[in-house]
Design a protein around this ligand. Structure first.
Ligand SMILES: Nc1ncnc2c1ncn2[C@@H]1O[C@H](COP(=O)(O)OP(=O)(O)O)[C@@H](O)[C@H]1O
Ligand SMILES: [Mg+2]
Length: 329
């Protein structure tokens, strides 16, 4: 396979507070090809946002990357001088977050905010920047882009603000867009529209998208591949179709069982009994063990490494006793 656009290898991140260290991410590896949409899915606290923030090195000061490598198109981002990294942000790597309104300046009209990112990176006059800003607003599916350009954030809905944020994030045609729970604050109809915008970005402009979400429903709608995180580790990774049809890790299995099914076969929601471990010490055993119904004695000895199950091309599962049954029917 060609060199991936993004290559994350063995990434570990700790948060060091005065009284405790949180081992938030442990040995996470994945790759992303140009134009591919990879979703990272997992419960709150599983380390998804930490992975997303580590890539453009936007982690808070108390965080330390203790192991691993992150490269974008062959360039090691962890070794890049700060000044160069700043020019990567926005231009090559863009981010959007759950709360779009927080990302916008309340006292500047939308058109000026979009134009600002263009003029700060490109040699454009004010009028041309404004024209391109209106174009961008149109491109992210905002009807009446001139009117939106003259508006202030408080005059727009959450869904409109998120479209504006996607416009700003992608104004400079980044190679990689990291979207952290971009639809979690929106209602379901608007959520589908925003996901459609991400889908178009990758199809029309070849932008690679790393989508962080706690919602397997969102994953099923747009992702090519999915990495399931649990307690700071990727427990399973592979094509979305395959994982939806036949999740191998007992955790993915449980997570999928919590999804309501449209055909009514699984009408009520299940819960996985128990709760995720505290990550205040490095894991000495499989972190899912206390909640697992399939555990073997070797699961107590060390966290299982990612294994490639035979005959399951392109899949990885960090489990000594995967489940082999189909979820269909
Ligand atoms: N600034 C921080 N200081 C200490 N612990 C943190 C900090 N940010 C996140 N954590 C902890 O790191 C773990 C992973 O958090 P996070 O990456 O935000 O998970 P997710 O995005 O999956 O909800 C959690 O246990 C969380 O409490
Ligand atoms: Mg998060």
């Amino acid at each position: 396979m060609a060199q991936p656009l993004l290559d994350v290898r063995g990434l570990s991140v700790e948060y060091r507070a005065r009284d405790a260290t949180v081992y938030a991410v442990s040995g996470v590896s994945f790759a992303l090809q140009p134009g591919e949409l990879l979703a990272i899915v997992g419960e709150s606290g599983s380390g998804k946002s930490t992975v997303g923030l580590a890539i453009p090195r936007l982690l808070p000061a108390e965080a330390a990357i203790t192991a691993g490598a992150i490269s974008l198109a062959g360039t090691n981002l962890l070794a890049l001088p700060d000044a160069e990294l700043r020019s990567y942000r926005g231009r090559r790597i863009a981010m959007i977050f759950q709360d779009p309104v927080a990302g916008l300046n309340p006292v500047i009209d939308i058109g000026s905010q979009v134009a600002e990112i263009l003029t700060s990176h490109l040699d454009l006059g004010r009028r041309e920047a404004r024209r391109q800003a209106v174009d961008l607003l149109y491109r992210v599916g905002l009807a009446e882009p001139e009117r939106i350009a003259r508006s202030y954030p408080f005059q727009l809905s959450g869904g409109m603000c998120q479209r504006v944020m996607i416009g700003i994030a992608t104004a400079l045609d980044p190679q990689l867009l990291i979207a952290d729970e971009p639809t979690s604050a929106l209602d379901v109809t608007v959520q589908a529209q925003i996901l459609y915008q991400l889908e178009r970005l990758r199809a029309e402009r070849g932008t690679a998208v790393l989508l962080v979400t706690h919602d397997f429903g969102v994953v099923a709608q747009v992702a090519d591949r999915v990495a399931v995180m649990y307690a700071g580790r990727i427990v399973e990774e592979g094509p979305v179709r395959d994982i939806l049809r036949r999740p191998l890790h007992p955790y993915s299995h449980g997570l999928l069982a919590t999804l309501p099914r449209v055909d009514g076969v699984r009408a009520h929601l299940h819960q996985i009994p128990g709760s995720p471990p505290e990550m205040t010490a490095p894991a000495a055993r499989c972190p899912f063990l206390p909640r697992c119904s399939k555990a073997l004695s070797r699961c107590r000895e060390a966290p299982p490494p990612p294994l490639e199950p035979a005959g399951e091309g392109n899949r990885r599962v960090a489990c000594y006793n995967p489940i082999w049954q189909d979820t269909a029917g």
